[in-house]
Ligand binder design. Sequence first.
Ligand code: SAM
Length: 208
Amino acid sequence: MDDRIDAVLDMYHERMHAERELRNNAAPADRSEDWRDRQLLAVGPETGRLINIIARSLETPNILEIGTSYGYSGIWLAEAARASGGRLTTLELKDYKSAYARDMATKAGLADHVDFKVGDAVQLIGSLPRGIDFVLLDLWKDLYVPCLEAFYPLLNPGAVIVADNILYPGGEPVKRYVSAVRAKPGITSVLLPVGAGIEVSRFEPTAR
Ligand SMILES: C[S@@+](CC[C@H](N)C(=O)[O-])C[C@H]1O[C@@H](n2cnc3c(N)ncnc32)[C@H](O)[C@@H]1O
């Protein structure tokens, strides 16, 4: 990581810390959809570093991030794209979040390595070409399985998928995702207690 990236990550970490304080003091009734949309909802530093390590180890990877939010995990992935000669495509429903993420990537000197796309992820995936090498799956949890069905046919041999929030908050939709991804031909998968719990899966081409 260079100084510009470190400075941007520090900004996110400060905001995460402030949000955690607010969250701990907020009554459940205060947690409206609008309130949720103002939160970073970021993967956090451990998962950030792990996805950076994995994506960096791939050769010129096409990286797909499903759920940009305000761009925290995207910084880790864009740095991996730059380091490995790859590219990051990141999908987000809310235009103001995508715009914020683009500003932060520009501050970090990484925006040239990222395509920011705004719209519904399942539809956007349908318009992507084949050849995805790495996926971070991190949007609303009831969309994990529909997104899997959309991107699975586009995976390159050796592709890695990381799905967040398997242990926290967990729940039925992520359980359904874990069952679905493990049932896919050619997938080897493991749950790791990193951050909020991540399911890490690899597509093995010979078995499809
Ligand atoms: C948990 S946050 C992503 C956090 C981000 N990966 C990070 O670590 O910084 C999930 C995001 O998915 C977005 N989202 C929800 N439904 C979506 C959809 N149908 N298509 C695209 N994005 C969606 C939400 O607006 C939210 O910003």
